[in-house]
Design a protein around this ligand. Structure first.
Ligand code: MG
Length: 370
C-alpha cells in the first residue's frame, strides 16, 4: 500500500457491521470515518448464504477480440505483462495458454486502464487439490485493486464472499456457475472506475458487472473499496486507472484469450448545448384556437390547451406531451429535440400542424374538421 492509502479496521456499531476508516497520511492527524458494509455481513462470514448452483449452458469461451480490443494475451507471449514487483512476467506460456508460476508473484499489465470491458478465460488445476481458498485460487484484479475471485468452487465449498465470481470479501456471486477443474471458464466484465471530485473526495464508487461462464454473477455492484484480506481498503483518492493484475496464490491456474476494450465516457451537454426554450406568452384565446385534431395518413394527433401551453397527444404514447410556445405559432417539446409549427390561412384559421421529432422529416398534419 502507498503512504496515502487508507487503513481500515472493523468495528461493531449498534449491532450492524461497519468499517472504520483511518487516513494514514504522514503528517496528518488520523481521520476516522465509519462506512457501513452494504449488506451488514462480516467479511468471510460462514453464515452468509451460498448462491444457488447453476449449470452454465453456453458461454463465451474462445470469444474473438473485437477489432478495437487491447489484446492482453493471444496465446503467444506475455509481452503485455510484467511482474507486479517489477521486471519481466515469469509465468510460463505453453500450448496457447499461460500458467501461474507459484511463488513468482502476481503479474500485471504494463498499461493502466479505467473503464473497461474485459474478457478472460481461466481453468482450475486438474486434478484438483486442496480445499476452500487453497484450491485453484487466483484472481482478476481490475485497476490492480478490485478482485474478481478465481477459485475452484465446482462442487467445492468455501465462504460465500470468496467463491469464484465474488468481488472478494464483499459481494458473493449471485450464482455458482463454475465449471469442472481443467475446463475453460470465462469472465466477461464491465468495469466503471471510481470518480472523484478535484479535491479527491469519492464522488462515485467503482461499479462491477460480471458474467461467469455466461451467467450474471455481479450486477452493477459498488465495492466499498479495494480488495484486501480481512479488512476492506478504502478508495485511493483521485486514482481512476490501474493495471489488470492476476494473482499468484500458489496454485497453477491457467489463462488464455484475454482482451479488453476501453469504454468511452458519456458526454454531458455543455452549458451552450443545454437549450432551455425561451417561452413567450401567447393569449389563451390564441392557444384555444390552435387546439383540435390534426392528421394525415393514419397519424392523428390531438392538441389541447393546458394553462399557458398546449398538450400534444400522440396515438402511440400513453400520456400527452406538453409543448411550450417559443413564438405564437411555434411550440417545442422542452425535453425532446422536437417541435410543432402551426400554419394559418388568410382568415386566421389554423390549417396545419407541422410535427418534427429529431432528424425525422417534419410531418404536415392537416387540421381535421369534425
Ligand atoms: Mg484470489
Amino acid at each position: 500500500m502507498s503512504a496515502r492509502s487508507f487503513r481500515l479496521g472493523r468495528a461493531a456499531l449498534g449491532g450492524a457491521a461497519v468499517v472504520a476508516t483511518t487516513l494514514g497520511m504522514a503528517g496528518d492527524q488520523p481521520r476516522v470515518a465509519s462506512i457501513p458494509t452494504p449488506s451488514g455481513w462480516r467479511q468471510h462470514d460462514m453464515a452468509r448464504p451460498k448462491p444457488p448452483v447453476v449449470e452454465p449452458a453456453g458461454w463465451s469461451a474462445g470469444a474473438p477480440a473485437p477489432a478495437d480490443a487491447v489484446v492482453l494475451f493471444d496465446g503467444r507471449d506475455l509481452s503485455a505483462w510484467q511482474s507486479s514487483s517489477g521486471g519481466a512476467a515469469e509465468w510460463s506460456v505453453a500450448d496457447g495458454a499461460f500458467v501461474v508460476a507459484p511463488g513468482k508473484g502476481a503479474i500485471r499489465t504494463k498499461e493502466s486502464f479505467g473503464d473497461v470491458q474485459i474478457h478472460l478465460e481461466w481453468a482450475s488445476p486438474d486434478p484438483p487439490r486442496g480445499r476452500s481458498q487453497d484450491r485453484g485460487n487466483s484472481g482478476l484484479f481490475v485497476m490492480g485493486a478490485f478482485e474478481l475471485q478465481i477459485l475452484d468452487t465446482y462442487k467445492a465449498d468455501t465462504y460465500a464472499d470468496g467463491m469464484a465470481g465474488a468481488i472478494y470479501g464483499q459481494y458473493p456471486p449471485l450464482f455458482n456457475a463454475t465449471r469442472p477443474p481443467g475446463e475453460w471458464q470465462t469472465y466477461d466484465v464491465a468495469f466503471r472506475a471510481p470518480r472523484f471530485s478535484p479535491s479527491g473526495a469519492l464522488r462515485e464508487p467503482a461499479r462491477i458487472t460480471a458474467f461467469l461462464n455466461g451467467v450474471l454473477v455481479q450486477d452493477n455492484e459498488t465495492p466499498v473499496g479495494g480488495t484486501s484480506w480481512l479488512e476492506a481498503v478504502a478508495y485511493e483518492p483521485g486514482v481512476t486507472t490501474g493495471p489488470i493484475e492476476l494473482q499468484d496464490h500458489g496454485h497453477p491456474v491457467r489463462f488464455r484469450n484475454i482482451w479488453l476494450r476501453k469504454l468511452p465516457e458519456r458526454v454531458p451537454a455543455a452549458e451552450a448545448e443545454r437549450k432551455e426554450p425561451k417561452i413567450v406568452a401567447v393569449p389563451a384565446a390564441d392557444l384555444d384556437a390552435l387546439a383540435g385534431s390534426y392528421g394525415k395518413e393514419g397519424l392523428r394527433v390531438e392538441i389541447t390547451r393546458q394553462d399557458d401551453a398546449l398538450l400534444l397527444k400522440l396515438p402511440f404514447r400513453k400520456s400527452p406531451l406538453r409543448i411550450v410556445p417559443v413564438a405564437p405559432l411555434h411550440f417545442v417539446l422542452p425535453y425532446t429535440d422536437g417541435d410543432v409549427t402551426f400554419e394559418k390561412d388568410a382568415a386566421g384559421k389554423p390549417t396545419l400542424a407541422r410535427l418534427r421529432i429529431a432528424d425525422g422529416t417534419p410531418r404536415p398534419l392537416g387540421r381535421v374538421e369534425e
